[in-house]
Structure formats: structure tokens, C-alpha cells
Design a protein around this ligand. Sequence first.
Ligand SMILES: C[S@@+](CC[C@H](N)C(=O)[O-])C[C@H]1O[C@@H](n2cnc3c(N)ncnc32)[C@H](O)[C@@H]1O
Length: 258
Amino acid sequence: MFQSDSIAENYRRYLSPTVFDPWARLLVETVIPAPGDTVLDVASGTGAVARAAALAAGPTGRVIASDLSAGMLAEVSSNAGLKSAPIETLEAAATAIPLEDESVDVVYCQHGLPFVRDQRTALTEMKRVLRPGGSLGIITWVAGMRLEPFDSYGDVLREEGPTEPFPRAWDFDSVKMTRAQLLKHLAGFEDVTVNTVSIRLDWPSVDDAVAGILGTPYGPVFSSLLPERHDHALSVLRDWMTASPHPLVTAFVATARA
Ligand SMILES: C[S@@+](CC[C@H](N)C(=O)[O-])C[C@H]1O[C@@H](n2cnc3c(N)ncnc32)[C@H](O)[C@@H]1O
């Protein structure tokens, strides 16, 4: 779903600063790596969490950004700054993480788990690579709740009548989770907490909010709509984003220990 280079570039440019970086900061403030820690960010995408964690782990730390998509990882900057740990990229499925047992101090997975087909195996892998007592931080969108900007992107595209661009593209809950699903996956961990947190999106401009669709798996189909359909979709999206520039978005923030 995230294999196209144009999705990765637009994700980093438009979506990450407004939609994902604020959650990454919150996640790393909630599960704080110690200086020198080895940190793994599973389904890292363009590295929002890896960047925030690199600052916390400091120059003696090690941060590994892993993802299924080479295109997304190509947008991860390897050097987050002199005060940060270097960030390594690792092309890998969440269900087969090529790292040693008990080799990681902190594992994160932000807005990635719902995309993984075998979530139980992914959690088993996260636990395997964590040292005993190591920390886990997971964020997922909340099933059954409206999620901006993504549900609007999907609504606008679906109205133009293309065939589903990817499996379950019109089932907006497919990228979200219930609390019960999350708790079930975390059953093998200690000290589990799941909190519901809301933040308000703060787009720099309506143009950025509209362009964000290009950073989603809807992007390539949206771009290839016939000119008339494309212009119509664009103007509907622009009207919606103008009417609601600062939507509240809600996610589960889960923490646990191995
Ligand atoms: C919505 S993005 C989240 C990226 C990042 N964590 C963030 O907060 O910006 C979902 C990511 O999950 C990755 N992904 C999907 N299935 C995966 C799998 N089975 N294993 C590893 N990564 C996967 C995608 O390539 C994509 O980069």
C-alpha cells in the first residue's frame, strides 16, 4: 500500500509534519528512551517516531527504523542531528524482524499495527527482540470514530467512482483498532496501559491539508482521475478542509513492558 515513491515523498512532506510528528513526540514523551538505549521503530514509515526517539536516546544511542516499504524508508533521514542517535533503516516485515532476541531497550509502533495482516505474530516479534523489562509504546487510531483527514480523503475519492484502489479501501475502520483488539494483542506483556488521547490537527494551510491525500494509498488513483473528476474532487476536498481546518483526532496510546 505504501510502495509508491510519490506516496512516500508526499507523506513526509504533507502528512508527517501535521498528522504524525505530533503523535511521535507524544509517544516518545510517554515511553522515554534513556540516553544510550537501542530503540526499534516498527512500521516506521518516513521515521516520525525514529526522529523523536533519536533525540531522546542521544548520540550514544542507536535507533533502527524498520518498515516493509523501501520507498518510505528512503525518506528517513539517517542523521537526525549532532545531539541525536544515528538512525539506521531496516527493510523488514513487522512479522519477521531480523534482530537478535532481547537486543532492544524500547520498541515503538505508531499507526502501523492495523496495516499488518498477522498482528499477533508482529507483537510476538516485538516481545522477542525486547530485553526483559524493555518498554513498548504503540499508537493506533480508534475504530468507530471519524478520522480526519483520511476519512474525508476516502469519501471524496469514493464519490468519483473508481474501483477500490486497494483491499478494504472504503472500509475506513480497516486502519483503526478497538481497545479490545489492542488489549488482546498485549496480553503477553506486563504493566499494560491503554489511554485514549485526542489532539487537534494544525495544518499550515488548506493547500497542505488537500495535498495530504497524495501521501496516502489513495494518492495514485486520485492523481489519475480524469481531469473533470479530479477538479471536482479537489474542489470538494478544498471546501471540506476550509470548513474544518483543525479537526480533533483520537487514538489509543498503549504502553507495556516485556
Ligand atoms: C500510516 S504509516 C505509519 C508510519 C509511521 N509509523 C508514522 O507514524 O508516520 C503505516 C506504515 O506501515 C508500514 N507497513 C505496513 N505493513 C507493514 C508490515 N507488515 N510490516 C512492516 N511495516 C508495514 C507501511 O509501509 C507504512 O510505512
